[in-house]
Design a protein around this ligand. Structure first.
Ligand SMILES: Cc1cc2nc3c(=O)[nH]c(=O)nc-3n(C[C@H](O)[C@H](O)[C@H](O)COP(=O)(O)OP(=O)(O)OC[C@H]3O[C@@H](n4cnc5c(N)ncnc54)[C@H](O)[C@@H]3O)c2cc1C
Length: 368
């Protein structure tokens, strides 16, 4: 069963997706397990790494987060200068119900009030973003635990004390949570001693990470309407490509068209840059919208996720076999834990909320 098939079946039978039950069974005040008393090192400060740190902080476990880049957020980052609302260069839509915010905050004394546009199946934030949510509700509690510009190069888990080497010195811990993008492991950026089990290596090597690209174009006028222009991709497992009204539902008078493209169709965009890329997109839009793009063009920004040195791709294909995805999320030797958009329990993956859910899952596992 692929991710898409699983989600469809949950919808047909009115079943909530599993992450909801994971959160609801692990509220802050629940006495479900004894918090781990050793030291945990979290690698990566994207949605999963930040959530892992946040939950560890809530339960009083000693931890540190190591982040390769100079900022937190990973694939949630936004641009705040292009328009008068945040432009989500990666994660844009809320792919589940709005109750997830309260579930991630995991503290009923904190009221979370975030406006989204109800839609089916995904929702858009209103002048807000996933990044803003983490910045407002999650990061303040853990900001001083993140060490930036620190690239993990090796993890030696052959002894009780795990030794992590980086470009910025050595760290030690009792447990390590790896929350880097899958492509980082595929590329062998981090070496493991002893080597990861063969089943884990197979899952890392045999799964497909789609290319990822987004662009935002501002125009004088909205000639494209509110309907998405979805390109037919055959077979669907090759990826997705959609032009859409990125300003839909925002408090703005700006006309901003978005392009979201993952998988093989992204090659057309990640292989281009500068004016070549801009003209390629304008000419494609001119052919779809009766030559209205070029004369109305004002400005644009692009985000090539394959070019980001610590991300190196879009995300795990929606059409992976759930068994391989589950293997990606499995822990190793009660020492290494894997959390993130790609490292889930195999029932749903590659969204921000499943990254947060996977962080909760590994913290519960570490405690037990
Ligand atoms: C184009 C695009 C559109 C998307 N749209 C949506 C959407 O609409 N809705 C949605 O819910 N999700 C969406 N997603 C998916 C979502 O962004 C991801 O699933 C989620 O953000 C992943 O979080 P993560 O913490 O697993 O990984 P990341 O956010 O990638 O974080 C990993 C972190 O690890 C760091 N790192 C990497 N290597 C090392 C190293 N060696 N040492 C230390 N740190 C390292 C990186 O710098 C990064 O900060 C989209 C993704 C893309 C690319």
């Amino acid at each position: 069963m692929t991710r898409n098939e699983f989600i469809k079946i949950c919808g047909l039978f009115g079943i909530g997706l599993p992450f909801q039950s994971v959160f609801s069974s692990c509220k802050k005040d629940d006495d479900i397990s004894t918090p781990f008393s050793g030291k945990v090192l979290v690698i990566g400060a994207g949605a999963a790494g930040l959530s892992a740190g946040y939950f560890l902080n809530q339960q009083g476990t000693d931890f540190e987060i190591i982040e390769a880049s100079s900022t937190y957020g990973g694939r949630m980052i936004i641009n705040t200068s292009f328009a008068d609302f945040p432009i989500p260069l990666g994660a844009e839509w809320l792919e589940t119900g709005a109750s997830i915010f309260q579930e991630i905050v995991n503290d009923s004394s904190v009221q979370v009030d975030i406006q989204t546009i109800p839609d089916n199946p995904d929702r858009k934030f209103i002048n807000y973003s996933w990044f803003n949510f983490f910045e407002d509700y999650i990061v303040p509690a853990i900001a001083n635990t993140i060490t930036f510009n620190t690239v993990v190069q090796s993890i030696d888990y052959s002894n009780n004390q795990i030794v992590v080497n980086t470009n910025n010195g050595q760290f030690t811990a009792d447990k390590v949570v790896v929350s880097t993008p899958l492509q980082i492991l595929k590329d062998g950026v981090i070496s493991f001693t002893p080597s990861l089990p063969q089943s884990k290596l197979n899952a890392i090597n045999e799964t497909v990470v789609w290319e990822g690209f987004k662009a935002f174009f501002e125009f004088n006028t909205n000639f494209y309407g509110d309907s998405e222009y979805v390109f037919p991709i055959t077979p669907k497992s090759r990826g997705q490509k959609i032009y859409y009204n990125a300003a839909f539902g925002q408090n703005t008078i700006k006309n901003i068209l978005g392009l979201f493209v993952v998988g093989a169709p992204a090659q057309d965009f990640i292989s281009r840059s500068g004016n070549d890329l801009k003209n390629f997109i304008l000419s494609e839009l001119d052919s779809i919208y009766a030559r209205q793009a070029t004369p109305n063009y004002l400005q644009h920004i692009t985000q090539n996720w394959n070019n980001e040195p610590f991300i190196r791709g879009g995300y795990l294909s929606d059409y992976e076999d759930w068994r391989k995805v589950r293997e990606l999320g499995n822990s190793v030797a009660d020492k290494l834990y894997f959390a993130g958009g790609e490292f889930t329990d195999g029932e749903d993956w590659v969204s921000v909320h499943t990254a947060a859910q996977s962080a909760k899952r590994v913290i519960v596992e570490i405690n037990n």
